[in-house]
Design a protein around this ligand. Structure first.
Ligand SMILES: NC(=O)c1ccc[n+]([C@@H]2O[C@H](COP(=O)([O-])OP(=O)(O)OC[C@H]3O[C@@H](n4cnc5c(N)ncnc54)[C@H](OP(=O)(O)O)[C@@H]3O)[C@@H](O)[C@H]2O)c1
Length: 530
């Protein structure tokens, strides 16, 4: 959003510190503990939870990976290094590290090998020995490549380390966290769901999408349903369209091999963008419980109009980035990246127009776009309202006014902004009888209003699993409903390789074709600031 005056929003009353619950005593077993996710996200999240006294005194971490040269001590050294290089931790506190260090243990195992689970079981017994039976809660976190998910959940169940529990309040509890991507298609997601739910109960299964742990994503529900001013206008009568953007400025970096298999639609649309869409468009749940919220999200995903081979060409655009300049530096194009085929047709950008066929949203386009190497790293939901039906201020052509837009910013600078028109002070009125009008933005950012930056997503989500709060995790039917929306597009694009792949220069906002897609409806993409 450009121009306009900034009016800062501040909390109107003293903010009450949230009633944060402390986690149950448990052992967090990280499968893939020496991998990227574990080092960059999970360990910093554990450190921060300890800093805030949110884990139980008997909390322990058992790291499992294939490297058999590691011991508890070398694992602790590795984890100390990971904390030291984390962007999320400014200075590692020596006393806190001492405290955390004592709670870290290591076990080497090939997780696809059933026999190795005996060793994990023995280590778990030692670690849990000082706790009463009912506190021997276990959280198994699958921070491993999706290719080994199936073998691991089978082995985990057959080893007896993670028995199925009948009810969510059974003690000790056993929970299993499964990372994204959950399946490669609707069919494979269904197969994985069938397998997992054959071994564990839904209440034990936490499918993670870290976008849902972000403060603004949760705030979408609060903004919509804890205020009475938005809900009456949150519909087709008042809203012209919605734009959802998840832009990354990075390229594929070291993950070329993964990306060649995934592409932007599997990587971003099936999970993050479908989550943002469903939270924006869902009906209010009667209560804020995991199942009530997820029921509503599933309903809205099921109302998304199916894309078909006939409708896809007019409603979806794919493209790949070519070399360009980012922050003054030359960067290569996608097909020059490491582990990417020189003739790859994998899309790194997609833009899609979707419709939701229900009473609230009929006729309102939802434009979704995501890509790598775009101008800025930014994720936001922008709700654009209709323009006034008649303007009587004179001298102000209808098209010159910016429609009111409510922007929910997911990252960075999490917050909300609303733009509206005001009268410019002073008077050029006498001669023309025209009133000069200009747009202003009313901005709220978490950092400014609450003096603190929102907790990183993994911290929120790890704590939720340890508490047993599943609202921010994706239920089996929700994963399948999201795949049902996205699968036809993936299938169509796989079957219809482009003669000429549309391209966009790294550092731009995407291909010309994406502009044309939205301009056909008389609107433009927003250019969010970085
Ligand atoms: N990295 C992220 O930022 C990120 C973000 C969102 C989601 N995810 C998801 O998180 C998962 C992990 O990603 P990652 O980036 O951390 O991958 P990674 O760096 O490749 O790490 C995977 C870890 O799993 C271990 N592993 C693989 N097969 C194993 C086996 N059979 N037995 C024991 N350990 C095994 C690896 O050990 P070796 O070193 O011995 O191979 C490695 O420690 C993936 O599902 C990914 O999609 C990652």
């Amino acid at each position: 959003m450009t121009g306009g005056t900034v009016i800062s929003a501040r909390p109107a009353t003293q903010v009450q510190s949230p009633n944060v619950r402390r986690a149950d005593p448990c052992t967090l077993v990280i499968f893939g503990a020496l991998g990227d996710l574990s080092r960059r996200k999970l360990l910093p999240a554990i450190y921060s939870l300890m800093k805030e006294h949110l884990v139980a005194d008997s909390f322990r971490v058992l790291g499992v990976s294939r490297e058999d040269g590691q011991t508890d001590d070398t694992f602790r050294t590795e984890m100390r290094k990971a904390l030291g290089s984390s962007d999320e931790i400014e200075d590692v506190d020596a006393d806190l590290w001492e405290e955390l260090c004592k709670r870290l243990f290591y076990c080497s195992a090939d997780l696809t090998c059933a026999e190795d689970y005996q060793r994990i079981g023995e280590r778990l017994k030692q670690i849990e020995a000082d706790r009463p039976e009912e506190q021997r809660n276990r959280l198994f976190y699958l921070a491993v490549p999706p290719s080994v998910f199936e073998a691991i959940v089978r082995n985990l169940s057959q080893s007896g380390l993670a028995p199925r529990t009948r009810t969510a309040d059974a003690r000790p509890w056993v929970r299993v966290v499964i990372e994204k991507p959950f399946g490669r298609s609707l069919e494979t997601a269904q197969q994985l769901n069938d397998l997992v739910l054959g071994l564990f109960a839904e209440h034990q299964t936490y499918r993670i999408d870290h976008y849902l742990g972000k403060e603004t994503v949760q705030n979408v529900l609060v903004l919509r349903f804890a205020n009475s001013i938005f809900e009456p206008i949150w519909n087709r009568q008042s809203i012209h369209h919605v734009q959802i953007t998840a832009a990354e400025s990075v390229g594929v970096e070291e993950r070329g091999r993964y990306y060649e298999e995934a592409g932007v639609v599997r990587d971003m649309f099936q999970n993050h963008l479908m989550q943002l869409l469903s939270l924006t468009a869902m009906e209010p749940p009667p209560v804020m419980t995991a199942n009530a919220v997820r029921d509503e999200k599933v309903k809205v995903l099921k109302s998304v109009r199916w894309m078909t081979p006939e409708t896809i060409p007019q409603n979806a655009v794919r493209a790949q980035y070519t070399p360009g300049a980012m922050a003054g530096k030359h960067v290569p194009g996608y097909t020059q990246e490491k582990d990417v085929a020189p003739d790859s047709t994998v899309p790194t950008f997609a833009a899609v127009r979707l419709y939701i066929d229900n009473w609230r949203w009929t006729g309102v386009p939802f434009y979704l776009r995501s890509g790598k190497r775009l101008k800025h790293r930014v994720s936001e939901i922008a709700v654009q309202f209709r323009t006034p039906p008649h303007l009587m201020f004179g001298g102000q052509p209808q098209g010159a006014m910016r429609p009111n837009t409510l922007v929910m910013r997911v990252q960075p600078n999490e917050g909300v902004s609303l733009n509206f028109e005001v009268k410019v002070p002073g008077a050029a009125v006498a001669l023309t009888s025209a009133i000069e009008i200009a747009p202003v933005d009313m901005d709220f950012t978490y950092a400014e209003a609450f003096g603190e930056v929102a907790a990183p997503a993994y911290e929120t989500l790890l704590l939720d699993v340890m508490i047993g709060e599943a609202t921010l995790f994706t239920r089996s039917d929700e994963v399948e409903a999201a795949w049902r929306v996205i699968d036809p597009l993936i299938q169509y694009w796989d079957a219809h390789k482009p003669k000429r792949m549309p391209t966009y220069a790294a550092g731009s906002w995407g291909p010309r074709e994406a502009d044309e897609l939205i301009e056909r409806d008389g609107v433009e993409w927003r250019e969010p600031a970085g």
